[in-house]
Design a protein around this ligand. Structure first.
Ligand code: FES
Length: 154
């Protein structure tokens, strides 16, 4: 997707529904703007995010991935946000090894009442991703993923 300012980055934010998702909602209702390029996926806890999810998100065309969880000590599942941070750090190292920048993946910790902070961090991350440019990993759909209707051969 292009506009007059150049390619629009694709950013996926895995947000814990107890904190970051509510913070994003608060940012919107408080009229703190954050980039429309940021697409939010709500999770019950960032501990649900695994390395495969993150890598597949890049493989599917994301230029940046944000993982947003509860503040340290406030995870509803005790340590889900800590496990998520370990995974984010590990995948960041993997990104460097395959020639991508680890800055494309970031974890933030935020509470439900921090709408303005969410908007600020989302804008800052989007700025970083825009400066880095596309990953070049955009996946092309294969015929196996989008099978032809019955009876069609081409
Ligand atoms: Fe929010 Fe675990 S419940 S990060």
């Amino acid at each position: 997707m292009n506009n007059e300012l150049g390619p629009k980055p694709q950013i996926i934010a895995f947000c814990c529904m107890h904190c970051a998702y509510a913070a994003a909602d608060l940012a919107g209702s408080s009229r703190f703007s954050y980039p429309t390029a940021l697409k939010i996926v709500a999770l019950p806890c960032t501990g649900r995010t695994d390395m495969g999810h993150i890598l597949k998100t890049f493989e599917d065309g994301a230029d940046g991935v944000l993982v947003a969880g509860c503040l340290p000590g406030r995870c509803h599942y005790l340590a889900g946000n800590l496990y998520a941070k370990q995974r984010v750090d590990y995948v960041g190292d993997l990104l460097e090894q395959i020639g991508l920048q680890s800055e494309r993946l970031r974890m933030i910790n935020i509470s439900a009442g921090m709408g303005a902070k969410f908007a600020e961090l989302a804008n800052e991350f989007a700025h970083t991703i825009t400066a880095l440019g596309p990953t070049g990993l955009t996946k092309k759909p294969s015929s196996k993923e989008f099978p032809l209707p019955a009876g069609k051969t081409t």
